[in-house]
Design a protein around this ligand. Sequence first.
Ligand code: I3P
Length: 109
Amino acid sequence: KHGVLSRKSHADMDGKRTPRGRRSWRKFYAVLKGTVLYLQKDEYRPDEDVSEVDLKNAVRVHHALASRASDYSKRPNVLKLKTSDWRVYLLQAPSEQEMMSWILRVNLV
Ligand code: I3P
């Protein structure tokens, strides 16, 4: 699955709150491949290797939990992603349907 997602980091590894200056929203082109959610700067090109920068933004979603971010109301279509190493991300999809689809797909990994 792939598509546009905006990301806000809420908690870093071990669940510590992401500090000010690193909490802003950033837009990515997201690609879910196997157990990894790649957050790329540019659109998905199947025949190209993932760049170093994009690898840094990759999120391991094995044993992660995705759910609607019902406690976040500043933006619509936002899901909350909790990873197995206690990171928390907010991810905004372009539509309600896309948000639901990402939640289902991530939780199936
Ligand atoms: C953050 C940025 C985010 C904001 C966040 C700020 O600042 O303004 O947009 O989240 O608020 O800390 P920075 O770019 O310096 O990291 P919202 O858009 O959700 O308000 P927060 O600290 O309350 O999460």
